[in-house]
Design a protein. Structure first.
Length: 157
């Protein structure tokens, strides 16, 4: 086995399994950037995870309606957080768009709900039909010391 970012390739391939686009009905590639600071709170990985959770709660409610709350339904999601060169946190995520929701509608709802979070920043990119290339991009070791530390397991469903 080869060593990748401090992990052997067996561990990396196991951590890639939830990111397989074939496990999604209509995987959507989403990049969401965070504000660096809101009031006296600085963005860090804990704040980011909390903010992303709030975003997903809002998105689930808007897309799935009352079933999100009453029956615990959630959009299938995998998310990775990283920091860009100027220190701004951002998420790369794959979110399953329901077949009854058009891409245009889904994109507009994602943008609206992200910007309604405290740390939602206007730099957003959403692409239709995420593929294995998106998975590779999400899991690259650009600004990541350890892949497993940057997967936001609290927000993967």
């Amino acid at each position: 086995m080869t060593d990748v970012g401090g992990f052997n390739d067996g561990c990396v391939s196991e951590s890639r399994a939830p990111f397989d686009p074939s496990k999604f009905q209509s995987p959507t590639a989403v990049t969401l950037t965070m504000k660096k600071r809101v009031g006296v709170r600085n963005a860090d990985s804990n704040v980011a995870s909390e903010n992303f959770w709030h975003f997903m709660s809002r998105l689930n409610h808007k897309i799935l309606g009352s079933a999100a709350k009453l029956h615990g339904r959630q959009l299938k999601t995998v998310a990775v957080i990283e920091t860009n060169a100027d220190g701004r946190l951002h998420y790369h995520a794959m979110i399953d768009r329901p077949c009854y929701c058009s891409f245009a509608t889904f994109k507009n709802v994602v943008i609206d709900q992200w910007l309604r979070t405290d740390f939602g920043y206007r730099q957003i990119n959403i692409q239709h039909e995420a593929d294995a290339g998106w998975t590779d991009y999400m899991l690259e070791f650009r600004q990541k010391e350890s892949l497993l530390d940057f997967i936001d397991w609290n927000n993967c469903h």
